[in-house]
Design a protein. Sequence first.
Length: 118
Amino acid sequence: QVQLVESGGGLVQPGGSLRLSCAASGSIFSIYVMGWHRQAPGKQRELVASITSGGNTNYADSVKGRFTISRDNAKNTVYLQMNNLKPEDTAIYYCNSLLRVDRVANYWGQGTQVTVSS
């Protein structure tokens, strides 16, 4: 059984910052990629950022220069530092991870709400 548990969401004013965390636990043999997606009301889920076990990162154009993804391989944890937040960043943010238990599969967290509003 694998669990991805997110934390760090909340309400913030435009221009503010938040840091999301996601810890993976369970009988994990290896984690290949960890990342964050988001889904705003009425919109499709979209990739925000991802990071490989080697530290290679990928960002959506809309967050480049404002968001930073990082991971602690020893803790099976991924972070998303979000700066200069905008109202359009409002969404449910989901952690996901491509990892191996008995086989390689993609796992999702339950989501954490981020609301950017004055």
